[in-house]
Design a protein around this ligand. Structure first.
Ligand SMILES: NCCCC[C@H](NC(=O)[C@@H](N)CC(=O)O)C(=O)O
Length: 471
């Protein structure tokens, strides 16, 4: 009888973690691109005439095709049918196309003598043509990054099931957060290198996206080898090949109560995070009277805090469990942060005010470690692995709806709560209280869903409070 070799690449910790670093780098550069314009809202308003409403609509366009053309739904099916290599490379190409369009839209090459410019200028004239085309590019980019996000989640499950899965997901997200922190520093830096210009940082981030494509390409070589080892092993062990994804699996997902609660918690929680990220620099400028650079650097402590804590909490989840409890605490903390920015009487130049702002940002960073570290590794506990790609894609789809809607709501709330005459009377300083109350309310609803999830887990034993690593 032949000797059976049970060793695959995933049993080597060096190879397993190398695979993780390669895919995490793709997400690192992608997350940089997502937020490259976030610290430049004020400059966009001054140079390009993008009002908060225009900016909010542009920011939400990232999610438009995912939600309204159901791209994410198809992305999940493509992932389950075509596999990680194909889907990952496709997602990188889509990101590059979208990013290129956005760069072109805000550049001087896209100007009044251009037929496309004239066409886009012929309707909805309060929305500048550059913002329209940039939104199209960002919507295409959004398809790519979300498709990459579900692919990377499935990749981590593939390499780390029964091992340090939550730590791996935590580390991947930490690397992505580092990308956000870096872009909040380098974006204003490149924009202000010489004559202030929003195009420079976007061009730099486009180049970095190409590096992300290359790191994913290198990963595909490892993925191919692992697949061939897995199929040899299955033959040696005489295992039945795994059944692939079927359309009927979607019905199973959508009638899975605990999965739907998790998806709703996800949309409410993330609505208080990513859309806030798009307005945070401007909020800090207005609430504390800071310059763009100072506000942006203050805010960068949020992703930095999340970056440090997410892997530690992932490690804690692997060893000790308590995932549902982490979701509840994380939701309470997001509420605390946003309420602080909504109601604290900040005074310009006051050191106490600055201390309170820093503390609130750190609290948000802690929250943004607790929830993601617990949420994403909980999905494999709730669904069958044959349709895990679709399970992630539908959570992302529901989440993307919130991420699309909230920047628009916040843009409108800002415009309505700051009519022109009030804005002039306030020397152009925006009142952010109503907008921050909207964000705070998301935290409350997410917390209620977290409590419900914990009760369901206690009743049915999904293992959300159990450690991931089986000893
Ligand atoms: N492997 C990690 C999975 C998701 C991480 C999560 N990202 C998202 O939820 C994205 N859908 C949101 C976006 O791209 O805007 C995160 O915490 O970053």
């Amino acid at each position: 009888m032949n000797k059976i070799s049970h060793e695959t690449m995933r049993e080597s910790s060096v190879l397993r973690w190398s695979a993780l670093i390669l895919v995490a780098l793709t997400m690192f550069f992608a997350y940089m691109f997502v937020d490259v314009l976030s610290p430049l809202q004020t400059l966009l308003e001054q140079q390009k005439g993008w009002t908060p409403e225009v900016y909010g609509t542009f920011a939400s366009s990232e999610y438009f095709l995912n939600v309204f053309v159901f791209f994410l739904f198809f992305a999940g099916i493509i992932l389950d049918k075509m596999g990680i290599r194909f889907t990952g490379l496709l997602s990188c190409i889509i990101m590059l196309i979208g990013a290129g369009i956005k760069l072109y839209a805000i550049s001087d090459w896209f100007g009044a003598d251009n037929a496309l410019y004239d066409l886009l200028n012929s309707f909805a004239v309060s929305f500048p043509p550059a913002a329209k085309l940039a939104s199209v590019g960002f919507a295409i980019f959004g398809c790519g990054i979300e498709m990459a996000g579900i692919t990377v989640s499935k990749t981590i499950v593939k390499w780390f099931t029964g091992k340090e899965m939550a730590l791996a997901m935590g580390l991947e997200m930490a690397i992505a957060r580092l990308g956000v922190a870096v872009v909040f520093w380098i974006s204003p830096y490149f924009a202000n290198l010489g004559t202030p210009d929003v195009v420079r940082p976007v061009a730099v981030c486009c180049l970095l996206l190409c590096i992300g494509f290359l790191t994913f390409f290198v990963y595909t070589l490892m993925d191919k080898k692992l697949d061939s080892q897995d199929s040899t092993l299955s033959k040696e062990l005489d295992e039945e090949p795994e059944e692939g994804f079927k359309m009927s699996d979607l019905g199973k997902l959508l009638t899975n109560k605990v999965y739907i609660i998790t998806a709703l918690l996800c949309v409410l929680y993330y609505a208080a995070i990513f859309p806030f990220q798009k307005f945070a620099t401007s909020m800090l400028e207005n609430r504390l009277g800071l310059s763009t650079t100072d506000a942006s650097q203050l805010f960068s402590w949020f992703p930095i805090g999340a970056m440090i804590l997410t892997p530690l909490l992932g490690w804690f989840l692997d060893k000790k469990g308590k995932g549902a409890t982490m979701l509840i605490f994380g939701s309470i903390l997001v509420f605390v942060c946003h309420m602080t920015f909504a109601i604290y009487p900040f005074v310009e130049g006051d050191s106490n005010s600055l201390l309170v702002a820093y503390s609130a940002i750190i609290v948000l960073g802690v929250s943004f470690s607790l929830v993601p570290a617990a949420l994403w590794p909980s999905i494999p506990h709730l669904v069958d692995k044959t349709y895990l790609g679709s399970a992630y894609s539908i959570v992302f789809l529901i989440q993307n709806f919130g991420l699309w809607l909230f920047p628009i709501i916040i843009g409108v709330v800002l415009d309505k709560s700051n009519p022109a005459e009030v804005l002039i009377a306030n020397n152009g300083v925006y009142n952010y209280t109503p907008a921050m109350l909207v964000f705070a309310s998301c935290g409350i609803f997410a917390c209620i869903l977290g409590l419900w999830l914990k009760a369901e887990d206690k009743k049915h034993g999904y293992g959300l409070e159990e450690p991931n690593v089986k000893s």
